[in-house]
Design a protein around this ligand. Structure first.
Ligand code: HEM
Length: 382
């Protein structure tokens, strides 16, 4: 392609304009970023010793600043204040922009993909595998899977989590998804109530978490059977395959530990967000992680602490929502006979034999060891 003279001329003018702009920005008159950042680093506090010589920065019309003092402030330079709130000594907290960009960027984007992704995966799984049936059909006999107190623990945890998940996701996505549909009045009312619910229901979640942990931790310790269960994919991907399992299979154990670990971390970050600037979790955690080769910042301001708490709280909440969507699927539509375990507490014997064979054998053995009169027979020698 050949360029005509007119185009060469336009190109030349554009180049000149570009060079002139560049030179101007590097001159003393234009805004200059590099030197001022260096200046900010020269003194420990980030402030020049006497940058304005006692005058109003930039003169009364603000046209004489040379950028330096504002750049120092932008880079986190702090002054002193006589009120008790140290945060007021910093005019601009630039990390706030990083946090906001993360929150309204990757967090929302990848969070939405993860949640929609798991729904899509489950839909495909359902189309391919269908509902996992009780292969031998219902026996008509049921056995008790969970006592009332276990079900209360499960539903305290589950119902509180669902409220927290919905109100939390509304805080993150609501203004983009619900506001245009509901309008500002209804959306405002829902969001205020959602926020109040989120704050208080968090405590019910913690109660449920402790109950479930205490009641089920012993049944969720790893055993050798779990390895075989994992290698056979839990029998989920092929019909007529039922790897042996105790009261909880390896998949359930993984869910249990994810719920406990993420649940504890969600609770602690949640409490620190509920009482702003009171609890600093991240500087110490980062210092600990740095022993293992990380290079994380340990000199965090109280505002940065809150920003990390919010970001980590949200990341974990979305991870937990993804895990729980899969759990709800398999505990309801995905598997025939499972819901009774946390509904009435009773499950069909054939369901139990297929999914938790060792657990059923142990129960039957224990029953055999109990005399019909109710006396416990001597336990066989091990
Ligand atoms: C509508 C929502 C839910 C349904 C239908 C449901 C269903 C079930 C069922 C059927 C079981 C027993 C499985 C078995 O007997 O082997 C179970 C257990 C369990 N659920 Fe849920 N659940 C729900 C929500 C939740 C939530 C929100 C959490 C945690 C935040 C949770 C945590 C657990 C845990 C830790 C277990 C024990 C491990 C397991 O069986 O997977 N559940 N759930």
């Amino acid at each position: 392609m050949r360029l005509g003279i007119g185009r060469w001329a336009t190109f030349g003018i554009a180049l000149l304009f570009f060079v002139a702009t560049f030179l101007y920005s590097e001159s003393n008159y234009g805004p200059s970023f590099g030197p001022s950042i260096a200046a900010a680093q020269q003194t420990p506090s980030g402030l020049e010793s006497n940058p304005t010589a006692g005058n109003v920065p930039g003169g009364s019309r603000g046209n004489n600043a040379g950028g330096t003092i504002w750049n120092n402030i932008r880079n986190g330079a702090e002054g002193t204040v006589s009120i008790q709130d140290d945060k007021a000594a910093r005019l601009i907290q630039s990390e706030g922009q990083i946090w906001r960009n993360f929150r309204s960027g990757p967090l929302m984007k990848y969070g939405a993909w993860a949640m929609l992704g798991i729904v899509a995966l489950l839909a495909i799984f359902f189309l391919v595998r269908g509902r996992i049936k009780i292969e031998a059909g219902k026996s008509g006999t049921t056995i008790t899977r969970f006592a009332l107190i276990e079900r209360i623990g499960h539903w305290t945890l589950a119902s509180s989590f669902i409220i927290l998940a919905i109100s939390g996701l509304n805080t993150l996505y609501g203004r983009y998804v619900l506001l245009p549909i509901l309008g500002p009045d209804a959306f405002g009312a829902i969001s205020i109530w959602g926020k109040i619910a989120h704050n208080y229901v968090g405590f019910a979640f913690m109660v449920g978490l402790v109950m479930v942990f205490v009641m089920w931790v012993m049944n969720n310790l790893p055993t050798k059977t779990d390895i075989a269960w994992i290698f056979r994919g839990g029998g989920m991907f092929s019909k007529h395959s039922h790897p042996p399992a105790r009261k909880f299979n390896a998949g359930q154990k993984i869910l249990f530990w994810l719920v406990i670990v993420i649940g504890v971390s969600l609770s602690t970050t949640g409490i620190s967000l509920m009482f702003p600037f009171e609890i600093a979790l991240f500087a110490k955690t980062f210092a600990f992680m740095n022993f293992f080769g990380f290079e994380l910042p340990t000199n965090l301001t109280v505002i940065q602490e809150m920003q990390f708490a919010q970001a980590w709280h949200a990341i974990q909440a979305i991870a937990m929502v993804v895990v729980i969507i899969a759990h709800i699927y398999i505990g309801s539509v995905g598997m025939e006979g499972a819901f009774g375990a946390v509904g009435s507490g009773e499950v069909d014997l054939n369901w139990a034999r297929e999914h938790h064979s060792i657990w059923v054998e142990e129960l039957e053995q224990a029953e055999k060891n109990t005399e019909p009169s109710g006396n416990v027979a001597e336990a066989p020698a091990e």
